[in-house]
Design a protein around this ligand. Sequence first.
Ligand code: HEM
Length: 315
Amino acid sequence: MLRYFPFQQQFNDKMGTMPLLPADPLVEADEHYVSELALKRRLLTELPDYYFQALPGYHTAQWEVLALVLESLVQNYPEHFCLTQTVDHWHWQNHLLNEEAVFTFGDAATLPLEPLDWVGRQVQEDLLLLAGDAPNLVAGQLCFGNGWSLNEKLGLSFWQLHGPVTSVVQPMMQAAQKLMERLPAGRPVCRLNWSIKITDQPDLTSRHTAALNQQLAHLLPELNPDNIGQHLFVRIERQTLTRLPHSGAVLFGIHTYQNRLAHEIIDPERALRIRQVLSTTPPAMLDYKGIIPFLEPLLAYLQLSERKLSEKSIH
Ligand code: HEM
């Protein structure tokens, strides 16, 4: 089952940010760590300029991200990761991947890659950096993007990044814009985003969109309330926003979790909650999320599951 289930009584038209408490990990390592890291590294080897991009001049911010991420891993998973710092000499050990690295903090020549690119290969999260007043997307490693890519978005302001959704959820995006401008250092936040997909392929960056649309066209005629739970996947993004104290840039981390829909519908309450959210989501948002083509059998499946699971719990 997914560790996050952001479905309540209705569609949440607020930005849904919560404080990230000191005990909450900035980055999370789960049972998919090894396989997702292998996939990330393969993608980055095959198409390095597609999955990692950085505008020149944000080195302080990139090193700040590296430090935050490694320290978070060590603090939350000391059995898997170890960091020894002697002045600026850092010794990193990753027991899950069985590898280690030695470098001088702040000295680019001692790392084989840009700091953000290097540290992105230690975590399941996609890591994006925003800087300036707008703020603009200035660097990122994005392997598991949901329908977007760095090619389309690098350099854009927060408002421009959200071009397809600003009119759909305008008050939410205005509040988010203010948050991006005013987020204080030392007060990180997190939020959950959801979508429903016909695949659990982690990399849904936009180079895959045409193939996915084709896959959907083939699948659609087969979908019905009895089989749709096996064909669809719930995709949850745990997103964190952290102001970096020295550079003033903002780190945006995205951890993507997914599971087969049928495996999430384990009691009537969960079926009801997803159905309530879908039934109250504005049509333009359902359209944006690509759910409209299979909405009808999906709602019927959820209603059916609710009834069946309620009957089962009574008997
Ligand atoms: C509180 C902060 C944020 C809020 C409330 C927010 C909200 C949203 C919403 C509602 C969507 C539509 C996706 C969906 O609901 O399935 C979206 C998409 C997106 N967000 Fe954000 N977002 C936030 C932060 C960020 C940041 C920091 C970035 C920086 C990279 C970002 C980049 C994107 C992109 C690229 C998309 C896809 C747009 C497209 O389809 O072209 N978001 N966001």
